[in-house]
Design a protein around this ligand. Structure first.
Ligand code: GUN
Ligand code: ZN
Length: 435
């Protein structure tokens, strides 16, 4: 097989460590005039264009992006594809929002044709926003996950998804049973887990909508198959937390419910985690579990302010989640914008380099995929985005005043959105180009 080598010339940045652990200077690599060399869909090398171009075999195709910043594709560690069509639904907090808007919208996914249509819209939207990997909720219908994985496979994307497990406290039209949920999950795992770039996540919606039997079955699935993810919600809303306490009085708190059923692991991702005590953070840390920080959703539903510094203190892995449709944007740049404000309201800071980390390598680490995506380490899959410094008249005007790299990064994160994404690549192939 001849190797298909291509090169991309632009300003290039990638995160190589968490600024909270290694300090800002050691957390990234930046090449003002950089070159990314991609062979057979993988990163061959990244560095200064002047050096790498001299060693590039004659005839290698080089694509140039002036006034652009090339970086690894964004990682969204929590999102619901079936909620694409009900984003921006007015006026409620979590539990009423679920009953009034979410469950009726998810009912439509009993129709595979509807699921296939929404999966296409959803993936197109992710790529328009520069997101190349996501951890994705389906609905209770196994066909919703078949539709999602089929669409992701066709685009050769690294994606993680699962069928919702929900056998109580939800409308009858949207519930499974402990037994059928287990069986359907197994079927999907056999069909999709490890196929191409796809992984399966065992997905109990949240503790209130699963019986003890169903949570036990979820734990059993995790024992039965290698490398499965566990994806659910945790401590998002105060009424929800109280409800969990009343449903599981034998447990010491919300996280303890999941712990009791062996659902905490290095591949467990919990969305939100706003109202957690120190002991819960400690337990997340010692089990290697991760939290998806979803600021646009937390503000939209009035859920509360996520305490990122506390997670850093406890060394809990954290990624960013858009949480569409409670989240109000598919854009990880817009998500960073809101994350910055959430920090400001708590008297804390979110630096541009920590933001870069969360959007890329931090997300990859939360998903235990840092050996494949999230940075331009040699051999990694070539999932990357090209961001346009001149995407809008205002951004162009503001960038002209920006003197330093951190200033430019910060402007991208405050003013950037889908318009900023000039091109998105997955496994070395262009999968979105803004024309
Ligand atoms: N908790 C349980 N289900 C959901 C959901 O669909 N969205 C959010 N934000 N929280 C949840
Ligand atoms: Zn969610």
């Amino acid at each position: 097989m001849t190797s298909a080598r291509k090169a991309y010339r632009a300003s290039i940045i990638h995160s190589i460590g968490d600024p909270a652990e290694v300090g800002v200077e050691a957390s990234y690599e930046y090449f003002e005039d950089g070159l990314l060399v991609v062979t057979d869909g993988r990163v061959e090398s990244v560095g200064d264009a002047g050096v790498l171009l001299a060693n590039l075999p004659a005839g290698t195709e080089v694509t140039e992006y002036p006034d652009a910043l090339l970086m690894p594709g964004f990682v969204d560690t929590h999102i619901h594809y079936p909620q694409t069509g009900m984003i921006a639904s007015y006026g409620e907090q979590l539990l009423d929002w679920l009953n009034n808007y979410t469950f009726p919208a998810e009912n439509a996914f009993s129709d595979p044709a509807h699921a296939a249509e929404v999966a296409e819209v959803f993936l197109t939207e992710l790529l328009r926003n520069g997101t190349t990997t996501a951890l994705v909720f389906g609905t209770v219908h196994k066909g919703s996950v078949d539709a999602f994985f089929s669409a992701a496979e066709q685009r050769n994307l690294r994606m993680i998804a699962g069928k919702v497990l929900m056998d109580r406290n939800a409308p009858e039209y949207l519930t499974d049973t402990a037994e059928s949920g287990y069986r359907d999950s197994r079927e999907l795992i056999e069909r999709w887990h490890g196929k191409g770039r796809l992984h399966y996540a065992v997905t109990p919606r949240f503790a209130p909508t699963s019986t003890d039997e169903q949570l036990a079955a979820a734990g059993q699935l995790l024992q039965e198959y290698e490398g499965l993810y566990m994806h659910t919600h945790l401590s998002e809303n105060r009424d929800e937390v109280e409800w969990v306490k009343s449903l599981f009085p034998q447990c010491s708190g919300y996280l303890d419910v999941y712990d009791h059923y062996n659902l905490l692991s290095e591949r467990s991702v919990f969305a939100h985690g706003i109202h957690l005590c120190d002991d819960e953070c400690k337990r997340l840390s010692e089990t290697g579990s991760a939290i998806a920080f979803c600021p646009t959703s937390n503000l939209f539903l009035g859920s509360g302010l996520f305490n990122l510094p506390k997670m850093e203190q406890h060394k809990v892995r954290v990624g960013l989640g858009t949480d569409v449709g409670a989240g109000t944007s598919f854009s990880i740049l817009q998500t960073l914008n809101e994350a910055y404000k959430v920090m400001q309201l708590q008297g804390a800071k979110l630096s541009p380099f920590k933001s870069l980390y969360l959007a890329t390598l931090g997300g990859a680490r939360a998903l235990r995929l840092e050996d494949r995506i999230g940075s331009f380490a040699s051999g990694n899959e070539a999932d990357f985005v090209v961001l346009d410094y001149n995407a809008t008249p205002l951004m162009q005007y503001r960038m002209a005043q920006a003197k330093t790299l951190d200033e430019r990064l910060f402007v991208l994160m405050m003013l950037g959105d889908d318009r900023t994404v000039r091109e998105t690549f997955a496994a070395g192939e262009s999968v979105h180009r803004r024309d």
